[in-house]
Design a protein around this ligand. Sequence first.
Ligand SMILES: [Fe+2]
Ligand SMILES: [Fe+2]
Length: 279
Amino acid sequence: MISKTPLRIRVRRMDYDMSGLRRYWYNDNAWITHFLNALSTTFPDGERFFIHSVRNFEQQIRDPELQAQIRAFIGQEANHGKEHEAFNQALIDQHGLPLESKLKFMKNALAWAKKRWSPREQLAMTAGFEHFTAILANLLLERKDAIADIAGVYSDMFLWHAVEETEHKAVAFDLYQAVDGDYWLRVKSMALATFFFMLVTLRMQYSLLKHDNQLGNWRDALGFAKFMLVKPGFLTRIIPQYLDYYRPGFHPWQHDNRHLIDPHIAALAAHELHAVKAA
Ligand SMILES: [Fe+2]
Ligand SMILES: [Fe+2]
């Protein structure tokens, strides 16, 4: 059974064209689109928080392999933040979505977390959030119908993010195990991370739907329920892997899903910044 990262983590600098964004870019469904918009709103500052919490302990690591993985983790998350920032700005500029207050809320909430929680608690939270993103990424990669419903270039962007979340899924976890490894803090932090993640995302989705006057759109609400529960089962299908995290001997690579990212690696090169510049 694999108990460490079995691949080389590669940092790719991407440059997605955010113009011509459809208002309801996920299958023309307002409820699903705003759920994913809410997720994207949490990403840039969330990812900066992950980087910060990993940096707090980076110097303690002597294993060159893990050191290199940490550097790659930081590089990947920084690029995710940059692209999702551009995506969020496109939602503001092209559709007038009121994201500024939500982005500010994220900034303030995470500044509060940095003051309130100890570095080890912050790292344990990051390891938990990273498992969350890894299992959501796995679902996007596994269920081709989920990606197919995303319009245009955004499917490429979400796919890229999913591939890299898979590549680095064990880095924060391995760092946590190396510098602390306390089981109870790990699982307690996952429970807290889940609570905050659901609360913040659903609250933002509600607010965006209200802004667009779409709360009463029952057709899209039913579509969202189907998306969460049945096809692709954004909530239901991740439950077994989510619960895995609470096992004492858990490691993210016990679920080896390299075969899901292998077919996408070459295609990603087409969007890399150096490739765009060289063209
Ligand atoms: Fe990320
Ligand atoms: Fe990540």
